[in-house]
Design a protein around this ligand. Structure first.
Ligand code: ADP
Ligand code: CA
Length: 456
């Protein structure tokens, strides 16, 4: 079992305390101003540090003679890049400490994204890094000049880069590192790296449970999280029963400490089981680097379809079963081959409800199961109902993507046959909580900010 320390200590509870204020930054940015109190003792931490010899990013904000009694209100920023398989995203978080005796608040987030992801630039690393630079330029506008060199910038890549060769992935990371070094921001050691899959799940779990207020107080009712990316998928929850711990393979359990609590989480990242990787697996095209001229066909696609698809820098030709069967039944059998017996099924989750985001959210929006802004609560069977509706009417179904039937069928099979959820299992589809993205990046930023202090 893995064990890592996430944050050293806390002095109080985590409380969500929304208030409103005018958004700032360019209008295309999604800015929010909902402060969320952090149980991070930054005032005392930085005061301790200001007496040490170490040069910390927030040290100057708390000169020794003002610590802790006279410290003024302060604003901190943290810049976290999510280099996902389908896109690169920047999250610029603002934290405020209004007075030294008060807890740090998460004040808001500025978010922007670009497509495609870094892995699409596997053979042009400089061009890939250029996309990161363009996003980083936004942070120059968003972060006040006097805080630039105290604001850490970090990029973590997920499954897209995990699937590339070591050499290509490292070349991309090196170019990004250069972009960071040339920026005015604080570049911590190891600021550009590939995020371990189990951290991806844990950090998303932290984000969701922090934003929903579940990491505060005594009565914690944490929620499990499901993330469906392009190339990998994660499941994370806090087991309630001893039996679950006994039944679970050791490498699915990770224990960590945060905000004065220790959590032993069940988490796993399945590489190659993201929605887009699953399309390739269903088509029989996964692991095929050179697929020149080959046509991959599936009963999950419209009969007459013949098209090209680019993913991870590779071009694929695919199409429908011109002569053969199409529809939900044959499609489900095809998809099942990709999933059956490949995933661990913890008994405990059958009756629980989970938060689900990323492609679970996007496909539910695409098929009007939920509203884009509001999200909503679904049962697993709702995805199956929609999959049947789409797959059995493929020629007539007016969809932006020819893969809609395959995607919905995969999601259905992943939930039921993969993780072993019941038809009636509830899924809370969520994009944002209190106007903050439900992404692992917030958990990663807590980890970053705290680890900068923990080194003391
Ligand atoms: N911050 C975010 N806000 C909204 N959607 C996101 C965000 N991050 C990822 N997604 C969603 O995640 C899915 C793509 O996963 P991605 O992160 O690119 O792949 P992977 O996690 O496998 O590397 C898409 O549905 C995309 O909309
Ligand atoms: Ca992702």
């Amino acid at each position: 079992m893995e064990h890592f320390l996430l944050g050293r200590r806390a002095t109080g509870a985590l409380i969500a305390d929304p208030y409103s204020a005018a958004p700032r930054g360019p209008s295309r940015m999604a800015a929010s101003r909902l402060p969320i109190l952090l149980a991070v003792a930054f005032s005392s931490l930085s005061c301790i540090l200001s007496h040490s010899n170490r040069e910390m990013w927030f040290q100057d904000l708390f000169p020794p003679n003002t610590c802790p009694i006279n410290a003024k209100a302060n604003t901190f920023y943290g810049i976290m890049f999510d280099a996902g398989s389908t896109g690169t995203r920047i999250h610029i978080y603002t934290f405020v400490q209004k007075s030294p005796e008060k807890l740090i608040e998460l004040e808001g987030e500025i978010f922007e994204s670009v497509k495609p992801g870094l892995s699409a630039y596997a053979d042009q690393p400089e061009k890939g890094a250029e996309t990161v630079k363009r996003l980083l330029d936004m942070a120059i506008d968003a972060v006040p000049r006097h805080l630039w060199k105290k604001t850490p910038v970090v990029l973590k890549a997920t499954a897209g880069l995990r699937l590339l060769s070591e050499e290509k992935a490292q070349a991309l990371l090196l170019e990004v590192r250069e972009v960071f070094e040339e920026s005015p921001f604080l570049v911590p050691e190891d600021s550009v790296s590939i995020l371990d899959g189990s951290y991806e799940g844990i950090l998303a779990w932290i984000t969701v449970n922090f934003l929903t207020g579940q990491l505060s107080g005594q009565n914690q009712h944490t929620v499990g999280t499901l993330d469906l990316g392009g190339a990998s998928t994660q499941i994370t929850f806090l087991p309630r029963f001893e039996e679950t711990l006994k039944q679970t393979p050791g490498d699915f359990l990770t224990s960590f400490e945060m905000f004065n609590s220790t959590y032993k989480l069940y988490t796993h990242s399945y590489l190659g089981f993201g929605l887009k990787a699953a399309r390739l697996a269903t088509l029989g095209a996964l692991d095929m680097e050179a697929v020149g001229g080959q046509m991959f066909r599936s009963s999950c696609l419209p009969k007459q379809l013949e098209a090209e698809w680019h993913f991870g820098g590779v071009k694929y030709q695919y199409g429908g079963n011109k002569q053969g069967e199409t529809g939900f039944k044959p499609c489900y059998l095809e998809v099942l081959k990709v999933i059956k017996g490949k995933l661990h099924q913890p008994d405990e989750i059958r009756g629980s409800s989970f938060y689900a985001f990323s492609y679970y959210y996007d496909r539910a929006v695409d098929t009007n199961l939920i509203d884009y802004e509001e999200g909503g609560v679904l049962e697993v069977r709702d995805f199956e109902r929609k999959a049947k509706e789409v797959c059995d009417n493929m020629e007539r179904y007016n969809s932006a993507s020819p893969f809609l039937c395959m995607d919905l069928t995969y999601i259905t099979a992943l939930l039921k046959e993969g993780f072993g959820f019941r038809d009636s299992t509830l899924l809370q589809l969520t994009k944002k909580v209190n106007n903050i993205e439900t992404s692992w990046t917030l958990g990663a930023t807590f980890h970053l900010l705290q680890s900068l202090g923990i080194t003391y």
